[in-house]
Ligand binder design. Structure first.
Ligand code: ATP
Ligand code: MG
Length: 406
């Protein structure tokens, strides 16, 4: 139960257990003009929905002066809350705060009473953010509270940079709050605040990270995966499902379209007029066309790929041009200039790496030569496509689609 206290009698009644709040800060500077209200409303709604469903409770989520605050029931598992909130996009940092007294002397005493274990702490500082209405400015509050803690007996040195313990103080809405730990948020923009995109996801390391980065910018992302069953095995599709599930844990729902590319690949491979070295480029163009068919269905206004410049044969300037020429929608490839190491770091952080690193039969490797063309051009490729019934192949492949909800 939340303790609701009149602040004048606060310290007498609430000394033993102060009410606790989750306070969330978003990237205010990144949000401009009227957009800000829109983004903040999205974030408030996402927080409310996620917390209510994760903890089967009704949370009151309020916005005030650049932060969002949520009263917590007594004794909640803060680390469990941190795991959920840490995966919500649009948050810069957050923390679990005690509600304290507006009077600096009383506030200092409350902070002292609630200090965490200080065994591993040699230095400390107080950091304050306060609303303009408060009579003291931030550095005055910091100095006064620091002095009170020293006077009361904290017995640690003050250090302004990289102190072991940072006492975070927030004064707003005629209330004061303090906390001893700052949690970094996932950053980005609130879930589904942007438009809808369709991500071409494989079991590799790159495409799940590319999807994540676009989701983080607020895109509502749907997924399409091409398999070459029975040449690729069921493990491949199972791994894609696991990857989509991990991505959806960032608080979104999505659909995964599974489309067999088998017949298209077989047909391209047995068309003698098409040199083997062009197969991958032709497969990729067919993937793009099929993705656009899905995009039309789900009303996505762009595609996402995990392409990284120069990484594999299909990612030379010439081949990128030859492949993308088949597209009419814009293609977003946020990893285009990433080093693999940087991609791996993100994959590890978001939890997709363990699945992506597993050896897997790759769809595009099917019927592919060891040395694919590196400098395809759209004119030659279009000539080669004349040997295929493109529309017939697309329709047939699309008929084999399987749609899964996440
Ligand atoms: P990753 O798929 O993680 O990029 P990769 O580097 O082996 O691993 P590439 O061959 O570089 O894959 O493919 C470039 C991009 O094409 C992928 O990032 C992905 O967006 C898309 N793609 C490749 N194979 C598939 C597939 N079977 N289904 C859907 N999209 C695919
Ligand atoms: Mg790649």
């Amino acid at each position: 139960m939340v303790l609701v206290c009149n602040f004048n009698i606060f310290s007498q009644f609430c000394q033993m257990s102060l009410a606790k709040y989750l306070i969330v800060h978003y990237h205010e500077l990144g949000l401009k003009g009227n957009n800000k209200d829109f983004f903040v409303k999205k974030l408030v709604k996402t927080l409310r929905d996620r917390l209510n469903s994760e903890f089967s409770l009704t949370h009151s989520v309020k916005h005030s002066i650049g932060r969002i605050y949520i009263p917590l029931e007594e004794g909640v598992d803060e680390e469990a809350y941190a795991r959920v909130v840490g995966r919500i996009f649009g948050i810069r940092y957050f923390g679990f705060y005690f509600a304290g007294d507006l009077d600096v002397e009383k506030l200092g005493a409350q902070i002292f009473e609630n200090l965490p274990d200080l065994d591993a702490v040699a230095t400390f500082r107080v950091k304050c953010k306060r609303s303009q209405l408060y009579p003291l400015n931030s550095s005055q509050v910091e100095r006064e509270l620091g002095a009170i803690l020293l006077r009361t007996g904290i017995d640690k040195k003050v250090k302004m940079e990289a102190a072991d313990l940072v006492v975070q103080v927030e004064i707003f809405n005629e209330m004061a709050f303090f906390s001893f730990k700052r949690y970094e948020g996932a950053g980005g923009l609130p879930v589904a605040s942007g438009g809808r995109l369709l991500s071409l996801i494989s079991t590799g390391i790159d495409s799940p990270v590319a999807s994540y980065l676009m989701m983080r910018r607020g895109a509502k992302v749907y997924f399409v995966h091409f398999h070459s069953y029975p040449y690729t095995d069921e493990v491949e599709v199972e791994n894609v499902k696991k990857l989509v599930k991990i991505l959806c844990d960032f608080g979104v729902s999505a659909k995964l379209y599974l489309i067999p590319l088998t017949k298209i690949q077989e047909t391209i491979a047995k068309t003698l007029e098409i040199p083997a070295k062009y197969r991958v480029v032709l497969y990729r163009r067919m993937m793009i066309r099929l993705s656009e068919m899905v995009a039309r269905k789900v009303k996505a206004k762009g595609l996402i790929t995990g392409d990284s410049f120069g990484q594999v044969a299909s990612q030379t300037t010439e081949n990128m041009y030859a492949i993308r020429e088949a597209a009419s929608l814009p293609i977003y490839s946020p990893l285009i200039a990433f080093d693999k190491e940087d991609v791996v770091n993100v994959a590890e952080k978001i939890g997709t790496f363990e699945i992506s690193r597993l050896p897997c039969k790759d769809t595009c490797a099917m019927f592919s030569p060891k040395h694919p063309v590196l400098d395809a051009n759209p004119y030659d490729v279009r000539e080669l496509e004349k040997f295929l019934d493109i529309d017939g192949l697309l329709v047939e492949a699309y008929e084999g689609v399987e749609i899964l909800d996440f």
